[in-house]
Design a protein around this ligand. Structure first.
Ligand code: FAD
Length: 362
């Protein structure tokens, strides 16, 4: 039980970074739950949207796109993306878009063709055609497969309880009393990132979990599956087609919470439906299911990739907010080069990793 690298957390962050380093380091993922992907990774709304998260996050999203669209054959024979486009709506004026992102203003006529039944007050709309669904389960599974295929090991139902650094090695104690030894400790613990840092004697960064709710609604009309992602430029809802007559809808909630197995609250589900009914005249027939997950943000809402500015090798891979899936391929390449001390992969050679460094909070 002596490793070069132990990664805490088997969500998309830990799995993708693990997959990038497992052929060069003896690596282990420790995951507290019975299976990897139980928390944020298994609960996302599963879209790639370049404008999401701002221009700096957009660097990682854009760099990830070719990989997600056409992955290497030995990683996946199928694309992870299915393009559907996004429409950003406003009642008050044209939504602003970064000039680097492909997007165009659309007329009310075109808007009505794209979203039949849209209410008349929504006069301003911008189409971002590149928005795509991500097959999150397939992407996560492919990363775990690559990780183990390259010799990485996964220990589920294994929760880090404490980690102590002495004589050049970390000794990790798990909740059931087992111990592990590693040279480098990677913190990819999602909502628990600060908790894992504190249990390792490293100062927390203020990674804050925020609950977000999604509800799947049965709608009394058909032809919804290929609907664009529709969002409010002011950030009060988004929805997209799920099946011919159902949609996924979120009230865009962002409720501060302790790390936990998040569950939807009735008030957030009701708010979502109320906002939705102000957008389109479609009859809501019933709630098919609802869920919630935690999106975890650093104080400046940028992710954190890099060694903590401390004496011992503690590597942050945290704060992926609401963009951890769509940025995963590029983020993992960038984090791997930082962790291994190697030149960056061509995918991320043009991205300055210091934007995301843990030292920016020092
Ligand atoms: C409702 C919702 C919608 C979203 N929509 C999108 C979207 O459309 N597109 C997008 O790109 N992103 C989206 N996201 C964000 C995305 O899901 C996250 O950024 C991403 O999943 C974070 O991955 P992670 O691996 O850091 O965290 P997680 O998947 O939460 O993994 C962290 C893991 O660490 C484990 N862990 C914690 N503490 C310990 C410990 N002490 N010992 C061992 N293991 C531990 C946990 O059990 C957990 O499995 C959404 C998120 C939510 C909640």
């Amino acid at each position: 039980m002596d490793f070069d690298v132990v990664i805490v957390g088997g969500g998309i962050a830990g799995a993708s970074l693990g997959a990038e380093i497992a052929d060069k380091r003896a690596a282990l993922i420790v995951e507290a739950e019975e299976h990897c992907g139980f928390h944020a990774t298994g609960r996302s709304a599963a879209f790639w949207l370049e404008s999401y998260g701002g221009p700096k996050v957009g660097l990682l999203s854009a760099a990830s796109r070719p990989f997600l669209e056409l992955p290497p054959q030995d990683f996946s024979e199928a694309s992870f993306l299915r393009t559907r486009g996004a429409v950003h709506l406003s009642r008050d004026g044209w939504p602003e878009m970064d000039a680097k992102i492909e997007a165009r203003r659309i007329t009310r006529d075109e808007l009505e063709r794209l979203i039949p039944g849209i209410r008349s007050e929504w006069q301003f709309a911008v189409l971002e055609p590149g928005c795509a669904d991500i097959d999150v389960a397939a992407l996560h599974a492919a990363y775990l497969r690559q990780f183990t295929g390259r010799g990485g090991q996964i220990a589920t139902s294994s929760s880090l309880e404490s980690a102590k650094f002495a004589d050049g090695r970390w000794t990790i104690t798990l909740a059931d009393g087992r111990t592990l030894v590693t040279a480098t400790l990677v913190n990819a613990a999602g909502a628990w990132a600060d908790d894992v840092a504190e249990k390792s004697g490293v100062g927390p960064l203020g990674i804050a979990p925020k609950r977000r709710t999604v509800v799947q609604l049965k709608i009394g009309r058909s032809g919804l599956k290929d609907l664009p992602l529709v969002d409010d430029a002011a950030g009060t809802f988004y929805f997209k087609g799920e099946s011919d007559s159902s949609i996924w809808l979120s009230p865009h909630d962002e409720i501060a919470t302790d790390p936990c197995d998040a569950a939807p609250e009735e008030i957030d589900v009701a708010t979502a439906i109320d906002r939705f009914e102000q957008v389109v005249d479609w009859p809501v027939e019933r709630i098919e299911r609802s869920w919630a997950g935690l999106r975890s943000f650093a104080p400046d809402r940028l992710p954190v990739y890099g060694f903590a500015p401390v004496q011992h090798p503690f590597f942050w891979c945290a704060g992926q907010g609401g963009f951890g899936i769509q940025t995963a391929p590029a983020a993992a390449k960038m984090a791997a080069s930082l962790l291994l001390g190697e030149a960056p992969d061509p995918m991320v050679a043009d991205i300055d990793p210091t934007i995301f460094s843990a030292a920016r909070f020092a």
